[in-house]
Design a protein around this ligand. Structure first.
Ligand SMILES: Cc1cc2nc3c(=O)[nH]c(=O)nc-3n(C[C@H](O)[C@H](O)[C@H](O)COP(=O)(O)O)c2cc1C
Length: 331
């Protein structure tokens, strides 16, 4: 059975986006944005800020478990924070070994740890030892830092450290987010691992998913920017796999999600500027998925007032021509 995970995306996939996308369907699991652990054991409110789902058993409103993702370099401190997150209700802990950010990498965290597999082993082992045995620990890696020479060693280090699961973003740190993703490496990692593995990188369409599945041989997939660009991507993949009627989200449905996002942001006290910024960011990213998004973005990009923005999205949502299935853009 195909498993689909909504990718952690800092500054983009907060609890509201997790709630909205998981309600569309198709996703089995989510992961929080990374929580940067560098010097302290965080107080509870920090974990609740990144993962308010901890107040409701660690799952989204529609029931998908939300793993808490930590990023750092100090095995013991990561272990202490992981143990506390679990005490607060985290159903699993994921460790980030893929972040390419310069500030993060100067301090030896994220992707720079991939330069030495022992780093991964030590961190996973400490986190595994710190949390109860029934709580899964996973690692999320890239294929390497500057090149791919250590891709198998890094994957093995995560398994040997005691992780229950590995996610691989099929690019190096230097490759950033540039296509292609090298799915063929995932098949090679799968051959040497006994723990289950999730394939990640560059799945924008159902066709990409099918190619990634065929090349990697994986049955679990993490969707990042593709799910932001097309909120029904996971549901369409699931329908394809189960033989159910394909989901057909109209542009009006997508606009409905954006309007619901404004409501969630407003209810939470986000400033009007922040609300408008998040909506423009999302519509901008939808241009890679929905043909209607380009026009929409051009029309909203100069609207500053959130009330005007809401009115414009509502007007478009209610136009009869937007109730048809929007043309999707192949990546
Ligand atoms: C804006 C942005 C923020 C991200 N934040 C995180 C993060 O907090 N933790 C993480 O492990 N990966 C993060 N990633 C990487 C994604 O989880 C994913 O591995 C990457 O986008 C590749 O998948 P995709 O091609 O489906 O987007 C981020 C990516 C983007 C574009």
């Amino acid at each position: 059975m195909t498993q689909l995970v909504l990718a952690p995306m800092e500054g983009l996939v907060d609890w509201r986006v997790r709630q909205l996308l998981s309600a569309v369907g198709g996703f089995d699991q989510c992961v929080t944005e990374f929580i940067r652990v560098s010097q302290t054991l965080f107080p509870a409110h920090v974990f609740y800020r990144y993962c308010p789902e901890l107040h409701q058993g660690g799952t989204t409103a529609s029931g998908q478990p939300v793993l808490v993702q930590l990023m750092g370099h100090d095995p013991q401190l990561l272990g202490e924070n992981a143990a506390f997150a679990v005490e607060l209700g985290a159903p699993g802990i994921d460790i980030n070994f893929g972040c390419p950010s310069k500030t993060v990498n100067k301090r030896e965290a994220g992707a720079s740890l991939l330069k030495c597999p022992e780093n991964l082993f030590n961190i996973i082992r400490a986190v595994r030892a710190a949390v109860p045995a029934h709580i899964p620990v996973s690692g999320k890696i890239r294929l390497g830092y500057a090149d791919k020479t250590l891709f198998l060693e890094n994957a093995r280090a995560v398994e040997e450290g005691g992780a229950q699961h590995l996610t691989v973003h099929a690019r190096t740190k230097l490759e950033g987010y540039k296509p292609p993703a090298h799915w063929e490496y995932l098949a090679r990692i799968r051959e040497v691992l006994s723990i289950p593995m999730t394939a990640n990188g560059e799945i924008w369409t159902l066709e990409d998913y099918i190619r990634c599945r065929n090349i990697s041989g994986c049955t679990s997939f993490m969707l990042g920017r593709g799910a932001i660009a097309c909120p029904d991507l996971a549901a369409r993949i699931k329908a394809f796999e189960t033989g159910e009627a394909p989901v057909k989200q109209s542009w009006a449905d997508v606009l409905g999600i954006l309007l619901a996002y404004i409501d969630l942001l407003a209810a939470d006290g986000a400033t009007e500027n922040h609300q408008a910024g998040r909506i423009k960011q999302w519509v901008s990213m939808m241009r890679k998925g929905h043909s209607a998004a380009a026009t929409c973005f051009d029309e909203i990009k100069r609207i500053r007032d959130i009330h005007d923005l809401r009115a414009k999205l509502t007007e478009d949502r209610d136009k009869p021509e937007n109730r048809h299935h929007d043309k999707l853009i192949a990546a």
